[in-house]
Design a binder for this molecule. Structure first.
Ligand SMILES: Nc1ncnc2c1ncn2[C@@H]1O[C@H](COP(=O)(O)OP(=O)(O)OP(=O)(O)O)[C@@H](O)[C@H]1O
Length: 267
Protein backbone atom coordinates (compact mmCIF):
# COMPACT_ATOMS: atom_id res chain seq x y z
CA UNK A 1 0.00 0.00 0.00
CA UNK A 2 1.20 3.51 -0.78
CA UNK A 3 1.95 6.04 1.99
CA UNK A 4 -0.81 8.31 0.68
CA UNK A 5 -3.71 7.29 -1.55
CA UNK A 6 -6.15 9.83 -2.97
CA UNK A 7 -9.22 8.17 -4.44
CA UNK A 8 -11.64 10.14 -6.65
CA UNK A 9 -11.34 13.14 -4.31
CA UNK A 10 -13.09 16.44 -4.99
CA UNK A 11 -13.06 19.60 -2.92
CA UNK A 12 -15.58 22.45 -2.83
CA UNK A 13 -14.83 25.51 -0.66
CA UNK A 14 -17.52 26.61 1.80
CA UNK A 15 -18.48 29.47 -0.58
CA UNK A 16 -19.48 26.84 -3.17
CA UNK A 17 -16.37 27.15 -5.40
CA UNK A 18 -15.29 23.76 -6.71
CA UNK A 19 -11.45 23.76 -6.67
CA UNK A 20 -10.69 20.07 -7.32
CA UNK A 21 -12.62 17.44 -9.21
CA UNK A 22 -12.02 13.70 -9.09
CA UNK A 23 -8.35 13.56 -8.13
CA UNK A 24 -6.50 10.22 -8.02
CA UNK A 25 -2.95 10.06 -6.69
CA UNK A 26 -0.53 7.73 -4.91
CA UNK A 27 2.53 8.90 -2.97
CA UNK A 28 5.22 6.36 -2.08
CA UNK A 29 8.03 6.54 0.48
CA UNK A 30 10.71 7.18 -2.11
CA UNK A 31 8.79 9.86 -4.00
CA UNK A 32 10.34 13.23 -4.54
CA UNK A 33 7.59 15.13 -6.27
CA UNK A 34 7.26 18.61 -7.76
CA UNK A 35 3.73 19.90 -8.33
CA UNK A 36 3.56 22.47 -11.11
CA UNK A 37 0.73 24.38 -12.75
CA UNK A 38 -0.48 27.92 -13.28
CA UNK A 39 -1.92 30.13 -10.52
CA UNK A 40 -5.26 28.88 -9.27
CA UNK A 41 -4.82 25.35 -10.70
CA UNK A 42 -5.59 23.82 -7.30
CA UNK A 43 -2.05 22.88 -6.15
CA UNK A 44 -2.35 24.28 -2.62
CA UNK A 45 -5.87 22.92 -2.19
CA UNK A 46 -4.65 19.45 -3.18
CA UNK A 47 -1.70 19.37 -0.77
CA UNK A 48 -3.95 20.61 2.05
CA UNK A 49 -6.06 17.49 1.41
CA UNK A 50 -2.92 15.35 1.81
CA UNK A 51 -2.19 16.56 5.35
CA UNK A 52 -5.77 16.71 6.55
CA UNK A 53 -6.04 20.52 6.71
CA UNK A 54 -8.93 20.10 4.28
CA UNK A 55 -11.13 17.01 4.06
CA UNK A 56 -12.42 15.93 0.64
CA UNK A 57 -16.03 16.85 -0.17
CA UNK A 58 -16.26 13.58 -2.15
CA UNK A 59 -13.91 10.59 -2.39
CA UNK A 60 -11.19 9.80 0.14
CA UNK A 61 -7.62 10.55 1.19
CA UNK A 62 -5.87 7.69 3.01
CA UNK A 63 -2.61 8.38 4.89
CA UNK A 64 -0.78 5.30 6.19
CA UNK A 65 -4.10 3.47 6.13
CA UNK A 66 -5.97 6.27 7.94
CA UNK A 67 -8.92 7.96 6.27
CA UNK A 68 -8.26 11.69 6.91
CA UNK A 69 -11.98 12.29 7.50
CA UNK A 70 -11.81 10.18 10.66
CA UNK A 71 -8.74 11.92 12.17
CA UNK A 72 -7.89 15.44 13.29
CA UNK A 73 -5.51 17.62 11.29
CA UNK A 74 -3.06 17.42 14.21
CA UNK A 75 -3.03 13.61 13.99
CA UNK A 76 -2.51 13.51 10.21
CA UNK A 77 0.08 16.29 10.22
CA UNK A 78 2.33 14.19 12.48
CA UNK A 79 2.76 11.97 9.43
CA UNK A 80 2.43 14.55 6.66
CA UNK A 81 4.02 17.89 7.52
CA UNK A 82 2.98 20.96 5.54
CA UNK A 83 4.94 24.21 5.24
CA UNK A 84 2.50 26.97 4.32
CA UNK A 85 3.06 29.19 1.30
CA UNK A 86 2.85 32.23 3.59
CA UNK A 87 4.87 31.75 6.79
CA UNK A 88 2.61 34.20 8.63
CA UNK A 89 -0.23 31.66 8.34
CA UNK A 90 1.91 29.25 10.35
CA UNK A 91 4.05 31.13 12.89
CA UNK A 92 2.49 31.90 16.25
CA UNK A 93 5.31 31.70 18.81
CA UNK A 94 7.36 34.79 19.60
CA UNK A 95 10.70 32.99 19.81
CA UNK A 96 12.28 31.06 16.92
CA UNK A 97 13.34 28.19 19.23
CA UNK A 98 9.77 27.77 20.53
CA UNK A 99 8.35 27.87 17.01
CA UNK A 100 10.67 25.09 15.82
CA UNK A 101 10.17 23.06 19.02
CA UNK A 102 6.36 23.44 19.11
CA UNK A 103 5.27 20.30 17.25
CA UNK A 104 7.88 18.20 19.05
CA UNK A 105 6.59 19.42 22.41
CA UNK A 106 3.02 18.59 21.34
CA UNK A 107 4.14 15.10 20.26
CA UNK A 108 5.58 14.52 23.76
CA UNK A 109 9.27 14.36 22.75
CA UNK A 110 11.81 14.43 25.57
CA UNK A 111 13.67 17.64 26.43
CA UNK A 112 16.97 16.25 25.07
CA UNK A 113 15.38 15.04 21.83
CA UNK A 114 13.74 18.43 21.30
CA UNK A 115 17.05 20.21 21.83
CA UNK A 116 18.90 17.82 19.53
CA UNK A 117 16.34 18.11 16.70
CA UNK A 118 15.97 21.89 16.99
CA UNK A 119 19.78 22.23 16.85
CA UNK A 120 20.10 19.93 13.83
CA UNK A 121 17.25 21.32 11.74
CA UNK A 122 17.74 25.00 12.61
CA UNK A 123 21.33 24.58 11.37
CA UNK A 124 20.18 22.87 8.17
CA UNK A 125 17.76 25.76 7.56
CA UNK A 126 20.39 28.42 8.31
CA UNK A 127 18.53 29.88 11.29
CA UNK A 128 20.57 28.41 14.17
CA UNK A 129 21.99 31.86 15.04
CA UNK A 130 18.45 33.27 15.39
CA UNK A 131 16.95 30.90 17.97
CA UNK A 132 16.33 33.66 20.54
CA UNK A 133 14.88 36.13 18.03
CA UNK A 134 11.20 36.94 17.58
CA UNK A 135 10.23 35.50 14.14
CA UNK A 136 8.22 38.64 13.40
CA UNK A 137 11.41 40.73 13.59
CA UNK A 138 12.92 38.66 10.73
CA UNK A 139 12.49 39.14 6.96
CA UNK A 140 9.81 37.07 5.18
CA UNK A 141 12.39 34.83 3.45
CA UNK A 142 13.93 33.95 6.84
CA UNK A 143 10.51 33.43 8.44
CA UNK A 144 9.88 30.88 5.68
CA UNK A 145 13.09 29.03 6.63
CA UNK A 146 11.92 29.03 10.28
CA UNK A 147 8.63 27.42 9.26
CA UNK A 148 10.48 24.81 7.19
CA UNK A 149 12.67 24.00 10.23
CA UNK A 150 9.59 23.65 12.44
CA UNK A 151 7.99 21.13 10.08
CA UNK A 152 11.04 19.04 9.19
CA UNK A 153 12.21 18.80 12.83
CA UNK A 154 9.22 16.50 13.45
CA UNK A 155 9.20 12.81 12.52
CA UNK A 156 6.78 13.38 9.59
CA UNK A 157 7.44 10.80 6.88
CA UNK A 158 6.13 13.14 4.19
CA UNK A 159 7.12 16.81 3.96
CA UNK A 160 5.15 19.21 1.78
CA UNK A 161 6.77 22.53 0.87
CA UNK A 162 4.48 25.16 -0.68
CA UNK A 163 6.57 27.46 -2.92
CA UNK A 164 9.74 27.29 -0.80
CA UNK A 165 11.91 29.13 -3.35
CA UNK A 166 9.64 32.18 -3.76
CA UNK A 167 11.43 35.34 -2.59
CA UNK A 168 14.68 33.52 -1.73
CA UNK A 169 18.09 34.87 -2.79
CA UNK A 170 21.02 32.65 -3.91
CA UNK A 171 21.89 31.71 -0.31
CA UNK A 172 18.25 30.84 0.42
CA UNK A 173 18.08 28.70 -2.74
CA UNK A 174 21.23 26.82 -1.71
CA UNK A 175 19.78 26.22 1.77
CA UNK A 176 16.52 24.92 0.29
CA UNK A 177 18.42 22.63 -2.09
CA UNK A 178 20.35 21.21 0.90
CA UNK A 179 17.11 20.74 2.85
CA UNK A 180 15.54 18.75 0.02
CA UNK A 181 18.68 16.63 -0.47
CA UNK A 182 18.77 15.91 3.28
CA UNK A 183 15.10 14.91 3.41
CA UNK A 184 15.69 12.52 0.50
CA UNK A 185 18.72 11.04 2.31
CA UNK A 186 16.53 10.62 5.41
CA UNK A 187 14.16 8.58 3.17
CA UNK A 188 11.25 10.96 3.68
CA UNK A 189 8.92 11.68 0.77
CA UNK A 190 9.10 15.32 -0.39
CA UNK A 191 6.30 17.11 -2.22
CA UNK A 192 7.08 20.63 -3.40
CA UNK A 193 4.86 23.16 -5.13
CA UNK A 194 6.96 25.48 -7.24
CA UNK A 195 6.85 27.77 -10.27
CA UNK A 196 10.64 27.49 -10.75
CA UNK A 197 11.19 24.99 -13.59
CA UNK A 198 15.01 25.11 -13.33
CA UNK A 199 14.67 24.13 -9.66
CA UNK A 200 12.28 21.31 -10.62
CA UNK A 201 14.63 19.91 -13.25
CA UNK A 202 17.56 19.72 -10.82
CA UNK A 203 15.83 18.26 -7.73
CA UNK A 204 12.80 16.09 -8.45
CA UNK A 205 12.29 12.62 -9.90
CA UNK A 206 8.54 12.92 -10.43
CA UNK A 207 6.38 15.80 -11.63
CA UNK A 208 2.64 16.30 -11.26
CA UNK A 209 1.12 18.80 -13.67
CA UNK A 210 -2.12 20.43 -12.53
CA UNK A 211 -4.63 22.43 -14.57
CA UNK A 212 -8.40 22.76 -14.73
CA UNK A 213 -9.03 21.44 -11.19
CA UNK A 214 -7.23 18.17 -11.83
CA UNK A 215 -3.96 16.33 -12.38
CA UNK A 216 -3.23 16.41 -16.11
CA UNK A 217 -0.14 14.23 -16.15
CA UNK A 218 2.36 12.57 -13.80
CA UNK A 219 5.80 11.54 -15.02
CA UNK A 220 9.58 11.82 -14.97
CA UNK A 221 10.92 15.35 -15.60
CA UNK A 222 11.94 14.54 -19.21
CA UNK A 223 8.53 13.02 -19.94
CA UNK A 224 6.79 16.17 -18.72
CA UNK A 225 9.06 18.93 -19.97
CA UNK A 226 9.31 17.56 -23.53
CA UNK A 227 5.53 17.10 -23.76
CA UNK A 228 4.63 20.36 -25.51
CA UNK A 229 0.89 19.67 -25.32
CA UNK A 230 0.88 19.21 -21.56
CA UNK A 231 3.09 22.27 -21.01
CA UNK A 232 0.64 24.29 -23.14
CA UNK A 233 -2.39 23.03 -21.20
CA UNK A 234 -0.69 24.11 -17.97
CA UNK A 235 0.52 27.42 -19.55
CA UNK A 236 4.08 26.63 -18.47
CA UNK A 237 7.46 27.15 -20.10
CA UNK A 238 9.95 24.26 -19.78
CA UNK A 239 13.50 24.83 -18.46
CA UNK A 240 15.86 26.74 -20.78
CA UNK A 241 17.74 23.58 -21.84
CA UNK A 242 14.47 22.10 -23.17
CA UNK A 243 13.64 25.32 -25.03
CA UNK A 244 17.11 25.26 -26.65
CA UNK A 245 16.76 21.60 -27.71
CA UNK A 246 13.31 22.32 -29.20
CA UNK A 247 14.55 25.43 -31.08
CA UNK A 248 17.45 23.43 -32.52
CA UNK A 249 15.01 20.68 -33.52
CA UNK A 250 17.16 17.98 -31.88
CA UNK A 251 15.74 14.53 -31.26
CA UNK A 252 17.42 14.14 -27.83
CA UNK A 253 15.38 14.44 -24.62
CA UNK A 254 17.73 15.39 -21.82
CA UNK A 255 17.97 17.87 -18.96
CA UNK A 256 21.74 17.38 -18.71
CA UNK A 257 23.89 20.09 -20.32
CA UNK A 258 26.78 17.59 -20.59
CA UNK A 259 24.59 15.18 -22.57
CA UNK A 260 23.39 18.05 -24.80
CA UNK A 261 27.00 19.12 -25.44
CA UNK A 262 27.88 15.52 -26.38
CA UNK A 263 24.98 15.34 -28.85
CA UNK A 264 25.89 18.69 -30.44
CA UNK A 265 29.56 17.65 -30.75
CA UNK A 266 28.49 14.55 -32.64
CA UNK A 267 26.37 16.48 -35.19
N1 LIG B 1 -10.74 29.75 0.90
C1 LIG B 1 -11.15 29.73 -0.38
N2 LIG B 1 -12.45 29.96 -0.70
C2 LIG B 1 -12.86 29.93 -1.99
N3 LIG B 1 -12.05 29.68 -3.05
C3 LIG B 1 -10.74 29.47 -2.78
C4 LIG B 1 -10.23 29.49 -1.45
N4 LIG B 1 -8.89 29.23 -1.50
C5 LIG B 1 -8.60 29.06 -2.81
N5 LIG B 1 -9.69 29.21 -3.57
C6 LIG B 1 -9.77 29.10 -5.04
O1 LIG B 1 -9.49 27.76 -5.40
C7 LIG B 1 -8.72 27.73 -6.62
C8 LIG B 1 -7.46 26.93 -6.39
O2 LIG B 1 -6.65 27.66 -5.46
P1 LIG B 1 -5.23 27.10 -5.01
O3 LIG B 1 -4.67 28.07 -4.02
O4 LIG B 1 -5.36 25.69 -4.60
O5 LIG B 1 -4.42 27.17 -6.38
P2 LIG B 1 -2.85 27.09 -6.63
O6 LIG B 1 -2.66 26.23 -7.83
O7 LIG B 1 -2.15 26.69 -5.39
O8 LIG B 1 -2.50 28.60 -6.99
P3 LIG B 1 -1.17 29.48 -6.68
O9 LIG B 1 -0.10 28.97 -7.58
O10 LIG B 1 -1.62 30.87 -7.05
O11 LIG B 1 -0.88 29.34 -5.22
C9 LIG B 1 -8.47 29.19 -7.01
O12 LIG B 1 -9.41 29.56 -7.99
C10 LIG B 1 -8.70 29.95 -5.72
O13 LIG B 1 -9.18 31.27 -5.97
Amino acid sequence: MSLIEVNAASYTYPNGFSALEDINLKVDKTDNIAIIGQNGAGKTTMVKLLNGLLKPSRGSVIVNGKNTKKYTTAQISREVGYVFQNPDDQIFNNRVYDEIAYALVQAGASESEIKERVTKYSKLCGVDHLLNENPYDLPLSIRKLVTIASVISTQAEVVILDEPTAGQDELGLTIISNIIDTLIREKRAVITITHDMEFVSSHFNKIIVMANKNIQKTGYPEEIFFDEQIMDIASLKPPVIVQVIQRLGLKVQTLSSQELARVINEL
